[in-house]
Design a protein around this ligand. Structure first.
Ligand code: TXE
Length: 482
């Protein structure tokens, strides 16, 4: 069922601007394979026009007190809350997540904007002791100028806020480029700006391919910070481009989260959390458990419970059935990547305990909920990000063995431990080399935390005070009195 076939235009200087060259990208509903919209494949000139608009709008915005900027963010949050249902449907249609999850995403986005706006009265500088008499040293936090936000497709609406809210609150302007898989919600977001007094040019949205519009945005010398969420390969490419102008980067690049389940774990809790983590958003979440290390004493009982829970997960077209647990993979590439990892694991001796196949409805990119046992550390399925409803299991004897395998990865975003023994759990936490660790809970971060990966999972981070301050640069002032 096609909700509509629509053409979107770039949003520059507060207006939807029709592209002059006519090159478009077609957006597909991954649940049906149907075309649902077209978007501009923006040229370098169109991207430059968006950056110029941001550059012009920024100084006046930065001159406002932070609390005045915050007020407009609160208005934006309320505007989003008034449109939860239509926005959720747009997200589901182009991305494939369930409608209940899309509603959570929209509400969470509004809450996140409110949260960042609350920092309006809380940003603090420093007064530093001087070596000299009659001198004060002040450290101010200043806006960077123009921020480029390059967005992924897995939580496309929320990621707008994760970049825009801290950027605007701290006095920056922003140019966003949505993923070419999920641009519709981003252009719908731009329509909401009309309800606020956020000035024209402060927020701009240009669509296009990564190699086209994405590259043009990161190459632009007027951009002071590139905030990117996506793959390691693209993050690395962006850093290389950013090096030309010494542009700051803030990169969130996915993970390969280990979940350690010890013999002291509450197996009901562990299997519920891990199943949810693989099923939510079809397993396309950067911080969710991607590989399980389970202690031999409980391996059989754990695996039995996990298989039972994975088998119970129902998938299907999320716009036709609101009760499904998950929808399709976002696109053919995501689908192919998961199937290739499964095939190589089986060829290397792994055993598929449930699932492992394409869903019967081949009009969408559906994959059955899958548990893979007899895995070894060297397998691709244990080393590469799967990003699908598939979970590999490795059995261990001693905790040190599990910790060594958990840390044996080029990623370093999140990790988790399931153990009711607090000493054992905290010893694991101390040894785990990851930016985020969950103990006896589901795999999801809070907006007041700090979501930041180690190693190839990124540079810098998002959320909370530490994420907010990454959108500012410092100025130290030496004031010598006579
Ligand atoms: O990501 P890309 P893809 C992981 C996940 C997934 C894999 C590939 O494993 O299977 O990445 O997904 C823009 N300059 N994650 O191919 O390419 C692109 O247009 C500037 C984890 O979708 O990184 C899009 O807007 N921009 C992740 C954005 O980068 C460029 C979420 C993301 O695309 C560009 C998504 C370039 N040269 C995928 N090339 C997470 N961290 O949660 C591409 N882009």
């Amino acid at each position: 069922m096609i909700l509509r076939m629509i053409h979107y235009s770039n949003f520059i200087q507060g207006q939807f601007v029709e592209s002059t060259h006519g090159n478009v990208i077609t957006v597909i509903n991954p649940a049906t394979g149907e075309a649902i919209s077209t978007i501009p494949d923006s040229s370098d000139e169109e991207v430059a026009a968006a950056v110029n608009a941001a550059e012009v709008a920024q100084p006046e915005w930065a001159a406002l007190p932070a609390v005045a900027r915050a007020k407009q963010l609160h208005v934006l949050a309320d505007t989003i809350r008034a449109q939860v249902e239509p926005l959720a449907r747009v997200i589901t249609e182009e991305q494939g997540k369930t409608l209940p999850l899309a509603r959570v995403e929209v509400n969470f986005t509004a809450d996140y904007i409110d949260y960042m706006a609350e920092w309006g009265r809380r940003i603090e500088g420093e007064i530093i002791e001087s070596d000299r008499p009659k001198e004060n040293i002040f450290l101010f936090h200043k806006p960077i100028g123009v921020v480029a936000g390059i967005l992924p497709w897995n939580f496309p609406f929320f990621l707008i806020a994760r970049k825009l809210a801290p950027a605007l609150l701290t006095g920056n302007a922003i140019v966003l480029k949505p993923s070419e898989e999920t641009p519709n919600n981003a252009f719908e977001f731009c329509k909401l700006l009309a309800e606020t007094e956020i000035p024209a040019g402060l927020v701009n949205m240009v669509s296009g391919s990564g190699a086209g519009a994405g590259r043009a945005l990161t190459e632009n010398a007027k951009v002071g910070l590139i905030s990117f969420t996506g793959s390691v390969d693209t993050g690395s490419r962006i850093m290389q481009t950013a090096a030309q102008h010494m542009t700051r980067v803030n990169l969130e690049l996915g993970g390969k989260a280990p979940a350690i389940v010890t013999k002291n774990a509450d197996l009901d809790l562990a299997t519920t959390a891990i199943q949810a983590s693989r099923v939510i958003n079809s397993g396309q979440v950067c911080n969710c458990a991607e590989r399980i290390y389970v202690q031999r004493d409980v391996a059989e009982a754990f695996t039995e419970k996990l298989v039972e829970k994975m088998n119970a997960a129902r998938f299907g077209n999320p716009l036709e059935d609101e009760t499904v647990d998950y929808g399709p993979m976002v696109n053919q590439a995501g689908f192919d990547k998961v199937m290739a990892l499964l095939e190589s694991a089986v060829n290397d001796g792994a055993q598929v305990l449930c699932g492992g196949k394409r869903g019967a409805d081949t009009s969408g990119y559906y994959i059955e909920p899958t548990v893979v046992a007899n895995c070894t550390q060297a397998m691709d399925i244990v080393q590469s990000e799967i990003f699908g409803p598939v979970i590999p299991i490795i059995v261990f004897d001693e905790i040190d063995e599990a910790l060594a395998m958990a840390n044996d990865t080029e990623y370093g975003l999140t990790s988790s431990v399931f153990s009711t023994d607090i000493n054992e759990a905290m010893n694991c936490v101390e040894a785990l080399k990851f930016g985020e660790t969950y103990v006896n809970r589901e795999h999801f971060e809070a907006m007041q935390g700090y979501h930041a990966g180690w190693r190839k999972s990124g540079i810098g981070g998002a959320d909370g005070k530490h994420g907010l301050y990454e959108f500012m640069q410092t100025q130290v002032v030496y004031l010598q009195r006579s």
